[in-house]
Design a protein. Structure first.
Length: 208
C-alpha cells in the first residue's frame, strides 16, 4: 500500500488513522522531522531504519498512537528519548505541552536541538544527561519506548512524575506486567500500527 505513497501521504494517513486533528503546518513539520532524521541518520546512525517511509511507519506512528493518551498532559518527560521519535511529534501536535526530552547520547540530543531550532519549538528541552542524575522534574506524564525493564524505568524515571501522574510505556507483545512499589498498573493495552502485523503493548502506570 505504501510503496507509491509520498512521505506526506504516509504521515497524513497515520494522523487520520488515529483520529488526530492536524494543521497544514503540523503536517509539514512532521515531514521535515522525518526527512531531517533520515539525512542525519546516513552520517551518524541515529536509528535502525534507513529510509523515510520505514521511519514514518515504524517510529512516527508509535508517537501518533501515544498522542491519544497524553494529548491533555501539560508536561511530558520522554526518558531515553533517542532522536526524539516520541517527544518531537508529540510536541508538534500539541504546542502547549511543556516537553522534556532526555538522552545520554550527545549526538541524538544534538539532532533534537537542530529540530528545535529549525521548527522553533518553544517549551521543548532536549537534555543531554542520565535520567537518574537529574533533579526531579515533576511532570504529569512520563513516556518511554525501548528502555530496559518496567521496574528499571519506573525506578529511574518515576521520581520525575508528580503524585497522581502517569507513566506510558511502549513495549513489545511478549512483555509481562511488573508490580512496582509506588505505582498502580491501570491498563494494559494491546495495539498494532496501521497496516502492520507486529503486535505491541502499552502499559499505563499511575503514581500514588
Amino acid at each position: 500500500m505504501f510503496y507509491q505513497m509520498t512521505l506526506e501521504m504516509i504521515v497524513e494517513h497515520g494522523l487520520v488513522s488515529f483520529g488526530i486533528p492536524f494543521s497544514g503546518v503540523a503536517l509539514k513539520d512532521l515531514c521535515l522531522f522525518v526527512t531531517e532524521l533520515t539525512k542525519w541518520n546516513e552520517k551518524i546512525n541515529l536509528v535502525g531504519f534507513k529510509d523515510v517511509k520505514s521511519i514514518a511507519l515504524e517510529l512516527l506512528y508509535d508517537a501518533f498512537f501515544l498522542y491519544g493518551y497524553v494529548k491533555e498532559s501539560e508536561s511530558i518527560l520522554d526518558m531515553g528519548s533517542g532522536s526524539g521519535i516520541l517527544a518531537i511529534p508529540l510536541k508538534i501536535l500539541n504546542k502547549e505541552t511543556k516537553m522534556f526530552s532526555i538522552d545520554k547520547t550527545l549526538k541524538k540530543i544534538q539532532f533534537q536541538r537542530h529540530i528545535q531550532r529549525t521548527l522553533k519549538l518553544d517549551n521543548f528541552s532536549p537534555i543531554h544527561d542520565r535520567i537518574e542524575s537529574l533533579e526531579p522534574i515533576n511532570v504529569q506524564s512520563l513516556v518511554v519506548k525501548a528502555f530496559g525493564s518496567i521496574t528499571d524505568i519506573l525506578a529511574k524515571g518515576g521520581r520525575h512524575i508528580r503524585k497522581g501522574g502517569h507513566a506510558y510505556l511502549l513495549k513489545g507483545k511478549t512483555q509481562e506486567h511488573e508490580n512496582v512499589d509506588g505505582f498502580i498498573l491501570e491498563e494494559i493495552i494491546p495495539y498494532a500500527l496501521p497496516d502492520s502485523v507486529k503486535a505491541r503493548t502499552l502499559f499505563v502506570y499511575r503514581k500514588h
